[in-house]
Design a binder for this molecule. Sequence first.
Ligand SMILES: C[S@@+](CC[C@H](N)C(=O)[O-])C[C@H]1O[C@@H](n2cnc3c(N)ncnc32)[C@H](O)[C@@H]1O
Length: 210
Amino acid sequence: MNSQALTRRIARLTTNVVVRWPRLWFLLRPLTRFQFDRLAPQWDAIRASETAYAPYEAALERVDPPPKRTLDLGTGTGGAALAVARRFPEAEVVGADIAQRMIEQARANLTDDLSGRVRFEVADASNLPYGDGSFDLVGLSNMIPFFDELDRVLAPGGFLIAAFSGGAETPIYVPPERLRAELERRGFTDFAEFSTDPGTALLARKRARA
Ligand SMILES: C[S@@+](CC[C@H](N)C(=O)[O-])C[C@H]1O[C@@H](n2cnc3c(N)ncnc32)[C@H](O)[C@@H]1O
């Protein structure tokens, strides 16, 4: 097995373990961070395909009302965060990632016209440095979901997007049934699924306060 195939296998295994047993993340975090720091200089080239963010953008089109405070988690070099900023010109956008080198590259990709309302920060999705209900939209593009934290940082009525560029072939992939089950348990509603071949995405909404 070559090193790229091994990296993809490790990413899938890590995703499956963490979705099932989030508390084991602390064991897998050092290797995950190391792998993505190592991949950061090539990440934009790896993600250069025109369809890379297609499922994420398909879901963004259905987000209404337009969000004001948004978070792209596991942002990598920031492609999805920039898509959010372009789609919603009034929105503040935070892109967060555990890998420092990804964040450095994301900052380098930030253009002057967006720099006033987009920022990139190192943060761990399992323990986010943001208050309860801080965001109206949280997006994940090829990223492991930490459901309790997603629920906590989303405001009531806020939107969640989980997108996978290569559908079920994406190394970091969670099937829609699993996403829905975890989110329904936490009171999310209004599910919508998107397919952009090969990409897939799920959009959900956190229940508004009664
Ligand atoms: C497969 S890459 C996707 C990057 C980007 N969203 C994209 O679609 O191109 C996954 C990213 O999630 C980050 N990541 C993994 N676990 C994380 C965590 N617990 N908290 C924050 N970032 C994490 C990795 O460092 C990596 O940059």
